[in-house]
Design a protein around this ligand. Structure first.
Ligand code: CU
Length: 457
């Protein structure tokens, strides 16, 4: 067994993590080091430091890329399947299963044409296997427990070796006791950069894995028998306000790659831009076949990439458009109370539960700005603050922050956008006349402009 090293420590020393940097003689003879990350901070992209690979590395939101070593012309990676603790947002920690200290596991990055050798060590209490989702590879390397290989028993290490046939966005996930292990977080992303570094090159390349958990308020471990009613909708096992912003310099060419390992589709909507769909599961979309969208639906088990030129400065929301996916730890059995007078039943309930609050007589917006007593280890349903007040979002929500004059490697949060004068919606202080009313649901004929009717012959 090799020692686990802290990626943070290694980065702190300024050591190059690629090429032969880790190939100390003792290590070179055995397994590659299995770097581990303990913080959920977004790590700067891991730039290729040697060889002909001068690709633009990806930025995994609230994640990191797995260092590798070169051995006899093969890129070697080491994944360790193990129980992990993941901070999903400040104030909430989940006890999950993942890889190398985190769920999702670290992003694997390599180049089209590379031969990769991936060691998988199992430190879980049950057997597992890892499937390389979307890769073209020999059937026996496909990672389906029982079908393509024997299961990896606890304490054992298996070796996967294949050539990367094409560039694009891929995933990896457990394919043994799959329902349990997916519900516990055993997944990660796998990026293959084009052999020609100029092909499909962008300035910033962000990576989001859509995943979901069912963790009851006040508890730590996901329910593994949940089929559709998940209550935490995550990007890289984080929920808003715990998801870092996508920080972009004005005029950058930006790519966002999204992979979906939840049990439902997610229409990801980005404000402020229309964008081109440039990548699907099958690879890159040729220029003449691309279409523009403002919402990209990511089916279950699929990967998509889209691109845009960041010409509009601002703070632009990016989120799943299923509104219950931008909420945190929800109870599913709360009746709608809009229009109801809850005073009488509130009195009765407060006799047994003094902290009880009736929810939502006038909508739920009040909850976003209220301090309500919550069970331990639970994030409010609607939360997050920005410069104008509560954002009232949770789950799959973040902000694309486009700013002028950022350095190419600056991914630090620039704060809230300073809107140019006269470009923010404002309160009307004049008279408000009674609104025109429609009293029926009948189709109304189009209103012709009076000026047309009154036109002289
Ligand atoms: Cu969604």
């Amino acid at each position: 067994m090799t020692d686990i090293i802290s990626r943070r420590q290694v980065l702190g020393t300024g050591l190059a993590l690629t090429g032969g940097a880790l190939a100390a003689p003792a290590i070179a003879q055995g397994l590659p080091e299995a770097a581990t990350a303990t913080s959920a901070e977004t790590q700067k992209p891991l730039a290729p430091t040697s060889g002909p690979d001068h690709y633009q590395p990806v930025v995994t939101l609230n994640g990191w890329t797995l260092p590798w070593r070169m051995k006899d012309g093969v890129k070697e990676f080491h994944l360790v399947a193990e129980p992990v603790e993941r901070e999903m947002s400040p104030g909430m920690v989940a006890r999950l299963w993942g890889f190398n200290g985190q769920s999702p596991g670290p992003t694997i990055e390599a180049v089209e044409g590379d031969r990769v050798r991936i060691f998988v060590t199992n430190r879980l209490p049950e057997h597992t296997a890892v499937h390389w989702h979307g890769q073209l590879l020999p059937s026996g390397m496909d990672g389906v427990s029982g079908l393509s290989q024997p299961p990896i028993k606890p304490g054992k290490t298996f070796v996967y070796e294949f050539e990367l046939k094409k560039s694009g966005t891929f995933m990896y996930h457990s394919h043994g006791d799959e329902m349990v292990q997916m519900a516990m977080g055993m997944m990660g992303m796998f990026i293959v950069h084009p052999k020609d570094p100029a092909f499909m090159r962008v300035d910033r390349d962000f990576l989001i894995m859509l995943n979901a958990f069912d963790i009851a308020p006040g508890s730590y471990v996901p329910k593994v028998m949940t089929m559709t009613d998940f209550n935490l909708w995550c990007w890289n096992s984080r929920i808003f306000p715990g998801i870092d912003p996508l920080v972009v310099a004005k005029n950058d060419r930006v790519r966002v790659r999204v992979g979906n390992l939840t049990m439902t589709n997610h229409p990801i909507h980005m404000h402020g831009y229309d964008f081109e769909v440039t990548g699907t599961d099958g690879g890159w979309v040729p220029k003449e076949a691309r279409w523009r969208e403002v919402t990209i639906d990511i089916p279950v088990g699929a990967m998509r990439a889209y691109e845009f030129d960041a010409i509009y400065e601002g703070d632009w929301a990016i989120h799943c458009h299923k509104s219950h996916h931008t909420m945190n730890a929800m109870g599913h059995d709360v009746p709608t109370q809009i229009g109801m007078d809850a005073k009488s039943h509130m009195k009765k309930v407060r006799r047994v539960q003094p902290e009880f609050m009736a929810m939502g007589q006038n909508g739920m917006a009040e909850m976003g700005s209220m301090e309500m007593p919550l069970p331990d280890n639970t994030i409010p349903m609607m939360t997050g603050w920005a410069q104008f007040g509560p954002v009232e979002m949770g789950g799959m929500f973040s902000v694309v922050k486009v700013r002028d004059g950022l350095a190419a490697d600056d991914y630090g949060d620039p704060g809230w956008f300073k809107h140019p004068e006269g470009t923010v919606a404002y309160e009307w202080t004049g008279d408000v006349p009674a609104p025109a009313r429609a009293n029926s649901a009948q189709t109304q004929y189009p209103v012709r402009e009076a000026s047309i009717d009154q036109k002289p012959e």
